[in-house]
Design a protein around this ligand. Structure first.
Ligand SMILES: CC/C=C\C/C=C\C/C=C\C/C=C\CCC(=O)SCCNC(=O)CCNC(=O)[C@H](O)C(C)(C)COP(=O)(O)OP(=O)(O)OC[C@H]1O[C@@H](n2cnc3c(N)ncnc32)[C@H](O)[C@@H]1OP(=O)(O)O
Ligand SMILES: Cc1cc2nc3c(=O)[nH]c(=O)nc-3n(C[C@H](O)[C@H](O)[C@H](O)COP(=O)(O)OP(=O)(O)OC[C@H]3O[C@@H](n4cnc5c(N)ncnc54)[C@H](O)[C@@H]3O)c2cc1C
Length: 627
């Protein structure tokens, strides 16, 4: 019934202060306040309706996204929202759009790789959205292998310009978000050619479309690459294709913080690592880790609330059937994902600190932690997106048949999230980077260079020092095993940061105890999943492994009465969750039934097509029956 909280009894079971946990999840009282205010602003505004997305044809869907982005920008300016509040508003609008790449990559690329003079020129235009930018790196033929990109930027000393060109079909830029129909400019990555010499990949600001009539400029061929996975989902984004036919740009539009080209055509490499040209990707990867905890927590919130509402089997003497959340199989699938959502939240907070620390060190020309930052951002982006994508799908399955309905919110959540395993770096390619970092660390053990930070534990690998085995032995041959080692390394970081979080002062009655239980579930479920490795290497005895499994089950029982309160602490509105199964009030069945009749297919009792295609069949069947 309307207005009744069908989960009230569940909420009464909570053994901790939910409001205090909301602050832990938000990161601070201030963050919680801003989230509450902006979330309500979006949820209360019908202009941000999103329950129709999966039913709109693509052109209508895309125009609707443009409308929402423009309206959001209008509200941001009307309300004079800060950058933090504006970012929160785009988060709660919950629709992938060209603005993600404008704010999330185009601007960071100029800030990270542009000189002060270039920043002064381009950032004000971008912040006022007087230009709209994208990040055009990937090509039809190369994405992972950045050094394999083919687009060229050839310096012309006669005109003090670069000539940007797409020499082959495979050099066509392909995938950049916002490129297909909206962006007026791109940070484009191309091979710098001076006097016939190839200096490798560098970033260039290139205007793509007229600011007068939005038509592509001379030499520019640009469009959308077509429909992607799922209805709605990432089809609100205009991922594009772009070709250059000898497009000329001024020399000062090469991003020159990391390296420069003088008026005379002399190439100068600053005394900074060339990998800083990859800096924007590092920035986004650390953002993606925080983003993973948001997506996973949304799916877990839906599946947990529905698991408490859903009853199936187990009725005693005509009493109520059993809540499926009480089945140990449901708990063993759901609670590790709940624990992972919290774990990823905390490792995301730490990674943001690590990234900020590296950026501050770069200011002082201290590059000592850059390799660790690359390995951590690459590895944690890979780990958290893989677990989150698989976790959203598991949450769909945890909801049985109703999880497959669009009104559950889970199919679209999966479809919009799953490319995170690929964009900003294919997850395996990134894990190979971590593996390379780990092997390099091992090769340095015994040379006097003690591992520190997240690899400090490797300093204790005595046996590797003794065998002095050839660490370069067959990297390619052993790469699948090394990827597993890289995953384990990243999981250790997540566990370590969860434990470090618990060592902080965490206010609120019962809050720390709940987080300790979730931390236990996180690492014991990993232990259970990989117990073969621990047993094979004698790190665990069979008895210890059994004890760990017993403790894991005991923790499930400890979390069970708090499950609903633990997902309430995510503080998501029904609008943001956009899920009938995940409604705060648990009023699922009436709302599912109500929603079904709103489907366009039910606008007519007899469906279009009956008379052309069904009735002749039936008539034919009737005729046969008479024979
Ligand atoms: C939703 C998210 C929320 C917020 C984010 C906001 C906005 C974005 C929104 C959504 C995202 C949407 C779309 C995503 C956009 C994209 O996908 S952009 C394109 C992304 N592309 C990639 O990630 C490409 C992946 N490939 C690479 O990173 C590199 O090519 C490579 C690292 C795999 C290999 O590069 P190479 O130059 O060949 O290097 P190498 O020979 O392997 O290594 C040489 C040494 O350099 C070190 N290194 C490599 N990369 C980095 C780095 N990024 N930083 C620092 N150091 C690096 C490497 O470790 C080697 O060091 P050694 O000491 O071992 O020599
Ligand atoms: C939704 C979406 C949005 C995107 N947005 C942008 C954007 O805004 N800007 C942009 O520039 N790009 C963007 N991209 C492109 C994205 O960054 C690339 O697709 C991504 O980096 C993967 O590269 P790839 O497609 O070349 O994959 P590939 O590297 O071709 O991967 C194919 C397979 O090869 C394997 N593989 C590749 N190299 C190795 C190796 N050395 N060893 C072992 N296995 C290997 C991979 O693991 C994978 O299994 C986007 C992509 C998507 C899906």
């Amino acid at each position: 019934m309307e207005g009744v909280d069908h989960l009230a009894d569940e909420r009464k079971k909570a053994e901790f202060n939910v409001e205090a946990m909301k602050i832990v999840w938000a990161g601070s009282q201030h963050n919680l306040e801003v989230s509450n205010r902006i979330s309500k602003l979006v949820a209360d505004d019908p202009a941000f309706r999103k329950d129709d997305r999966t039913m709109l044809p693509r052109k209508e869907l895309f125009k609707n996204t443009l409308r929402k982005a423009a309206y959001a920008w209008k509200r941001i300016n009307e309300l004079r929202l800060s950058e933090e509040e504006a970012s929160k508003l785009r988060f709660y609008v919950d629709e992938t759009a060209y603005t993600d790449l404008h704010w999330g990559m185009f601007i960071p690329a100029i800030k990270g790789q542009g000189t002060d003079e270039q920043q002064r020129k381009w950032l004000p235009l971008a912040y006022k959205m007087q230009i709209i930018g994208c990040y055009a790196q990937t090509e039809l033929g190369h994405g992972s292998n950045v050094q394999g990109l083919e687009t060229t930027a050839t310096f012309d000393p006669h005109t003090d310009e670069f000539v940007i060109h797409s020499p082959t079909l495979t050099s066509s830029k392909w995938w950049p978000g916002g490129l297909g129909k909206v962006s007026t400019h791109a940070v484009t990555y191309a091979r710098l050619i001076i006097d016939g010499k190839d200096h490798g990949v560098h970033g260039f600001i290139v205007q793509l479309r007229s600011l007068e009539d939005h038509r592509p400029l001379p030499g520019i061929t640009v469009g959308d690459i077509g429909m992607k996975f799922g209805n709605g989902a990432y089809n609100t984004m205009d991922n594009g294709v772009l070709r250059f036919d000898h497009v000329r740009i001024p020399r000062n539009q090469m991003l020159m913080k990391v390296s420069q080209v003088t008026r005379e055509g002399k190439y100068k490499q600053s005394d900074v690592p060339r990998q800083l040209v990859y800096g924007t990707m590092v920035y986004v990867r650390q953002r993606i880790v925080a983003d993973a905890s948001c997506y996973l927590s949304r799916a877990v919130c839906i599946a947990t609330r529905y698991s408490a509402v859903r009853r199936q089997f187990g009725s005693q003497n005509g009493g109520p059937e059993t809540q499926v959340i009480d089945y140990k199989t449901q708990q063993s699938r759901l609670f590790p994902l709940l624990a992972s959502a919290y774990a990823f939240r905390f490792v995301g907070e730490w990674l943001e600190w690590l990234y900020t620390d590296v950026m501050q060190r770069l200011q002082a020309n201290d590059f000592s932690t850059l390799p660790e930052a690359h390995a951590c951002t690459a590895g944690l982006k890979s780990l958290t997106t893989s677990v989150t994508a698989d976790g959203i799908e598991e949450c769909r399955k945890l909801c049985g048949g109703h999880g497959y309905l669009c009104t559950s919110g889970l199919p679209e959540l999966f479809a919009v999230y799953v490319p995170a395993c690929t964009y900003e770096g294919d997850n395996i390619v990134l894990l190979l980077q971590v593996a390379r970092f780990l092997m390099k660390t091992v090769s340095q053990i015994g040379t006097g260079k003690q591992p520190v930070g997240t690899i400090a534990y490797m300093g204790r690998i005595e046996h590797l020092m003794q065998c002095r085995c050839n660490v370069q032995r067959g990297f390619a041959e052993l790469s699948a095993d090394l990827v597993e080692a890289a995953v384990a390394h990243c999981q250790l970081i997540v566990v370590s940061k969860f434990i470090e979080k618990l060592q902080q002062d965490i206010p609120g009655e019962g809050v720390k105890q709940q987080l300790e239980a979730l931390c236990g579930i996180y690492y014991l479920s990993l232990l259970h999943k990989h117990q073969g490795d621990f047993l094979a290497t004698s790190y665990l005895t069979p008895k210890q492994s059994a004890l760990a499994n017993d403790q894991l089950r005991a923790l499930y029982s400890k979390v069970r009465p708090n499950a609903i309160a633990l997902v309430d602490a995510f503080n998501y509105s029904d609008h943001f969750l956009s899920s009938i199964l995940g409604r705060y009030d648990g009023n699922v069945y009436p709302k599912l039934y109500e929603a079904a009749w709103k489907d366009p297919l039910n606008e007519s009792v007899v469906p279009d097509g009956y008379h052309e295609y069904v009735r002749p069949l039936l008539k034919q069947q009737l005729h046969t029956a008479r024979l």
